[in-house]
Ligand binder design. Structure first.
Ligand code: FAD
Length: 189
């Protein structure tokens, strides 16, 4: 992600020829909304792959790096940290497998997609952070993949809807009537 030139784009006074119109005029937001659950699941699946890669790289590194005359993988702290990371990865993988089946069946709800995106990206950030710690000072150098993973995965808690917004969507499913009342009250203002 850091390799890409992220910038804001403005389309003021841009004219699009009629024949280039995709879908119905004015229905763009509705069309985009239909794809949000899929997009959020893709971001969550990407987090699973990222966490898996970080764990693999860290196992590799900790078995070769020595401190106090032994590979750092021999310290129980290293083993426990990676055991925790691997467990979180498996737990999320199981939930995402379920979400993927629901999506294939056209039954993935906004709430489940939000839970997947929010929880998997938080897990990914935590796993990479724990892994980076096991790299010590090298974890802070661009030469090492874990430093790049740390910088790159941070954005996943922001794009495709921030994780705070994911929680709003999940809460909306939990407090349906309350949100409907709030919507009505806003309309009547
Ligand atoms: C690398 C990158 C790629 C992107 N790619 C795309 C793309 O392809 N297509 C696209 O459409 N967008 C894309 N985005 C935009 C991205 O989806 C938005 O940045 C994101 O949704 C957050 O919106 P914002 O930046 O306006 O933040 P803001 O809405 O200004 O939010 C700022 C903070 O306030 C919090 N906040 C806002 N509203 C609430 C609320 N109701 N309750 C609680 N907290 C709240 C947010 O969670 C956040 O912490 C991309 C962004 C990045 C950085």
């Amino acid at each position: 992600m850091k390799a890409q030139d992220t910038s804001e784009l403005f389309f003021d006074n841009v004219k699009v020829p009629k024949e280039n119109l995709l879908g119905e005029e004015g229905a763009g937001f509705k069309i985009m909304m239909k794809e949000l659950a899929r997009e959020r699941l893709i971001v969550a699946l990407n987090a699973i792959g990222g966490a898996e890669g970080a764990i693999e790289k860290t196992i590799e590194y900790t078995t070769t790096r020595t401190a106090f005359k032994q590979p750092i993988a021999k310290f129980q702290n290293t083993q426990f940290k990676l055991a925790e990371c691997a467990t979180q990865l498996q737990v999320h993988q199981a939930f995402l497998d379920r979400c993927t089946l629901l999506l294939a069946d056209n039954k993935l709800t906004a709430e489940s997609a939000s839970m997947a995106k929010y929880s998997a990206t938080e897990m990914h950030n935590k796993v990479v952070d724990e892994c980076l710690q096991l790299f010590g000072g090298y974890g802070y150098m661009w030469d090492y993949p874990i430093a790049r993973m740390y910088a790159d995965n941070r954005v996943a808690r922001i794009y495709a809807g921030t994780n705070e917004i994911m929680k709003v969507l999940i809460a909306r499913g939990l407090f349906k009537e309350l949100f409907q009342e709030m919507k009505k009250a806003k309309r009547n203002q």
